[in-house]
Design a protein around this ligand. Structure first.
Ligand code: GTP
Ligand code: ZN
Ligand code: ZN
Length: 228
């Protein structure tokens, strides 16, 4: 089974891109399933189920969704193999710009949209900088000049990535992306694999449920601002 990790900010068009890619793969007779990881709630499963795409949802609750992802992805791979999938696509929220779900040797996508502002590629951390493909959606609502500047900024943030424009509504660009994803190496386990980026340590009293404000309550890994 092939595994593809897809990450991107909320509402960037991840589900729209994945659905169009799967439609192209279905036309080639491939069986594809999805794992959706989010923090508090997710509705995407309905979109997948409507299209008879096998889907599982994981909600991270209080945890960073990417930390949650790493702890659960092997079980997801096992599920995908049990379902006899040709390809498993993970969709994760990308709410935390410090972390990233991307794994060495596993095809990694970052989905961002043209409406996010030209500085977005710089602000998004390893989920964009370490992706193999950066997929840009919503090109239909901006000018050619804006699309070019946005692509230039992506190139500055991640010079190695393949940048592709996909229209999440019409599906334009998705069959080409699907063909490239089909080249991914099949895997049977993630044992011995490594993340592309170590997740920063953030174990402070607030991670553990503290809600009180004040020096006395700030224990563990805290960082204080320097004022100029
Ligand atoms: N105009 C336009 N709208 C798009 C495009 N791609 C996605 N959208 C719209 O953007 C909205 C968000 O798309 P989703 O695919 O749900 O985004 P997502 O990244 O999966 O969102 P979450 O999983 O909730 O974080 C939807 O209303 C889509 O119809 C596109 O290329 N052009
Ligand atoms: Zn989604
Ligand atoms: Zn994080």
């Amino acid at each position: 089974m092939q595994l593809i990790t897809v990450a991107g900010p909320p509402s960037s068009g991840k589900t729209a891109v994945i659905i169009n890619v799967i439609a192209a793969l279905h036309r080639k007779g491939r069986k594809v399933g999805v794992i959706k990881m989010d923090c508090l709630q997710a509705q995407d499963q309905e979109e997948y189920k409507k299209r008879s795409i096998p889907v599982q949802v994981g909600l991270s609750g209080n945890l960073c969704p990417d930390h949650f992802f790493v702890s659960n992805i092997q079980a997801c791979v096992d599920w995908g193999i049990e379902q006899k999938l040709d390809m498993l696509i993970s969709e994760s929220a990308g709410l935390c710009n410090r972390c990233s779900p991307h794994i060495k040797g596993i095809t990694a996508l970052c989905v961002i949209d043209n409406l996010m502002g030209v500085n977005t590629p710089k602000k998004i951390g390893p989920m964009l900088k370490l992706a193999d493909y950066v997929i840009v959606t919503k090109g239909d609502v901006v000018s050619q000049a804006e699309r070019e500047i946005f692509a230039f900024r992506i190139r500055q943030a991640n010079p190695k990535a393949i940048i592709m424009f996909v229209n999440g509504i019409t599906g334009q660009g998705a069959p080409e992306l699907a063909s490239l994803l089909q080249k991914a190496e099949p895997i049977s386990s993630l044992d011995q694999r490594r993340l592309r980026f170590s997740m920063p340590a953030a174990l402070c009293s607030y991670c553990l449920g503290e809600t009180r404000i004040g020096k006395d309550y700030q224990m563990g890994n805290n960082r204080l601002m320097k004022f100029e």
